[in-house]
Design a protein around this ligand. Sequence first.
Ligand code: SF4
Length: 88
Amino acid sequence: MTWRSRAGCLGVDTGIFYDGLPGLAKKFCARCPVRAECLVEGMTERYGIWGGYTPDERALLRRKQAIKEGRRAVTRRPVSLTEGNKPK
Ligand code: SF4
């Protein structure tokens, strides 16, 4: 059984998730038991409501995630002290 078979929008006209008026779609998503799974899959989708998020909202989530991962990468970067970059 996949998460899609438990979707809160199962059997609903999918047009409401793509019509540019997200209010009704978001009402389905708010009570959906597989919202997290849907959002994960929808993070790479350019159109429609996924996990209760519009494309612009998902883009913002991606940017926040990228910033967080960037900070982690910077703080984890090993420091090599060679002659050229030793503190004076
Ligand atoms: S979160 Fe919304 S779009 Fe995703 S499966 Fe649930 S009701 Fe459908």
